[in-house]
Design a protein around this ligand. Structure first.
Ligand code: PLP
Length: 384
C-alpha cells in the first residue's frame, strides 16, 4: 500500500486535465495566462474574499510576504522549530533572524505562551527588532490565530501564516487564507491542493500589500510598464499550465476535504484507545495534510508496520533548532522541550482522500496487534 496515492485522483480527472492543458497549448500564453487570473479569483472566493497572488512555490509564498514587509537584517521573526525547513529558510533568505518558539503538545502548533517568553527574551537580551510571527498550520490544522493576534498587535508584529499544509482548513467560520495578515500556501503535488509541479499562492486582505507582492513577483515592476522597476523583486510566477491543472482540481476540492474528514474519523475510531490521536480544537477543521499519531515505542512500531507492508513517515525527525544552519538561532532559555519530546514520538500514517477502507483497516489492525503483542510479552516477562 502506498503512503499517498496521487494516481487515484489523477485517473478521476485525467480527461479534464488533458483538455485544460491542451487549451493552454492552444492559446500559448504560458506566462501569466488567463488561467492564472481565473485561479486567483477562485482561490480568493475559497478564502472568503481576499486578494490572491499566485506564485511559484510554497517557499516563495512565505518568503515574498517577508520581503513585502521590508523585513531583513536586524529583524526577529518568531516561528516554531517543529516544521519543514522552508519556514526558517524564508526568514534567513531576507537576512532576518529566526527565533524559535515551542509548540502546544496537543495540536503541534505554536504555543502563544512560549511566543510571549521568546519576545521578552529577545527584547531583554538582543538588539533585534521583533517584526513578525510565522505560525505554521502543521499537518493541516490552523494555528491558534485568535490567541496570537492580540500578542502580535501589542508587540507590533505582522502575522504571516505558513499554511502550506492547511488550505481547505477553517477556524470557526473563517477559512485558511483569511486567518492572518498574510497567508502563504503550497501546491506541491502531495499537499491537500497540489498541482503537477511546483506552485504556491499568497492570500491577503490588504490591497496595498497585494500590490507590493504582485510587483515583487515580477522583478519589482512598477506601474508604468515592463521595464519600470521600483524595487528589488524576483521571478516567482505560477506557470499557466499549473494554474490550468489547479482549476480542474479545485472543482473536486471541497469533496476531497470532506473525504479527508471521513478517513481521519475512521482512524480516530480505530486507534484512540491505543495511541494518542490528533486533537482538533472545537470549531476547527483540519485539512489533514498528514495524519500523525503520538505513540510509545515509535521506532519499533514503524519497523513492525514496515514488515507487514504498511508505510509510515516521520514528520519531522529532527527539529530545526538542532540542524546545522539554525544552531545559533535564538530560542527560549528554557529550551523547546515539547518540540524535542514530540520529534521522538510522532508517526504519520498512510493518508489521502481515496485511501480504501480495507487498507485503512489493515493499518489500524497492524497498530493494535503491535501493542497487544508488546503487552502480552511484558505480562509474560513479569510472570517469570
Ligand atoms: C511544503 C511546505 C513548505 C514549502 O512548500 P514548497 O511548495 O515545497 O516550496 C513550506 N512550509 C511547510 C510547513 C510545508 O509543509
Amino acid at each position: 500500500m502506498p503512503f499517498i496515492d496521487l494516481m487515484v485522483q489523477q485517473e478521476r480527472i485525467r480527461h479534464e486535465v488533458d483538455a485544460a492543458v491542451s487549451r493552454v497549448l492552444d492559446h500559448g500564453q504560458y506566462i501569466m495566462g488567463p488561467e492564472v487570473l481565473e485561479l486567483e479569483k477562485k482561490l480568493g472566493e475559497l478564502a472568503g474574499g481576499v486578494e490572491v497572488i499566485s506564485c511559484s512555490s510554497g517557499t516563495d509564498a512565505i518568503w515574498l510576504p517577508l520581503l513585502a514587509y521590508g523585513i531583513g537584517a536586524g529583524d526577529a521573526v518568531f516561528l516554531p522549530s517543529f516544521t519543514f525547513t522552508a519556514t526558517a529558510e524564508a526568514v534567513c533568505l531576507t537576512g532576518a533572524t529566526p527565533v524559535f518558539v515551542d509548540i502546544d503538545p496537543q495540536t503541534f502548533n505554536i504555543d502563544p505562551a512560549s511566543l510571549c517568553i521568546a519576545l521578552a527574551d529577545v527584547r531583554a537580551e538582543t538588539d533585534l527588532r521583533p517584526r513578525a510571527v510565522m505560525p505554521v498550520d502543521l499537518f493541516g490544522l490552523p494555528a491558534p490565530y485568535t490567541t496570537i493576534e492580540p500578542i502580535a498587535r501589542e508587540n507590533g508584529l505582522a502575522i504571516i501564516s505558513d499554511a502550506a499544509q492547511s488550505l481547505g482548513g477553517r477556524s470557526g467560520d473563517v477559512p485558511v487564507g483569511k486567518l492572518a495578515d498574510v497567508t502563504g500556501t503550497s501546491f506541491f503535488p502531495a499537499k491537500p491542493l497540489g498541482c503537477y509541479g511546483d506552485g504556491g499562492a499568497i492570500f491577503s486582505g490588504s490591497s496595498d500589500l497585494a500590490e507590493t507582492l504582485r510587483s515583487i513577483r515580477v522583478h519589482g515592476r512598477g506601474a508604468s510598464g515592463k521595464y519600470d522597476n521600483v524595487r528589488v523583486g524576483t521571478n516567482a510566477r505560477l506557470d499557466t499550465i499549473q494554474a490550468s491543472v489547479l482549476l480542474e482540481k479545485l472543482k473536486i476540492f471541497d469533496e476531497e476535504i470532506a473525504l479527508r474528514q471521513h478517513v481521519a474519523g475512521r482512524y480516530e475510531a480505530g486507534l484512540w484507545d491505543v495511541v494518542t490521536t490528533p486533537s482538533v480544537p472545537q470549531g476547527s477543521v483540519s485539512a489533514w495534510a498528514q495524519y500523525t499519531i503520538v505513540c510509545e515505542h515509535r521506532d519499533d512500531l514503524a519497523a513492525a508496520l514496515d514488515n507487514v507492508g504498511v508505510p509510515t513517515q516521520i514528520y519531522y525527525p529532527c527539529p530545526l533548532h538542532q540542524q546545522l544552519p539554525y544552531l545559533n538561532a535564538p530560542k527560549p532559555k528554557a529550551g523547546l522541550p515539547v518540540t524535542e519530546d514530540l520529534t521522538s514520538r510522532v508517526l504519520s500514517l498512510p493518508f489521502y482522500p481515496y485511501l480504501p477502507s480495507h487498507q485503512q483497516d489493515q493499518v489500524i489492525e497492524s497498530i493494535r496487534q503491535f501493542y497487544i503483542r508488546r503487552e502480552t510479552k511484558t505480562t509474560l516477562g513479569a510472570a517469570t
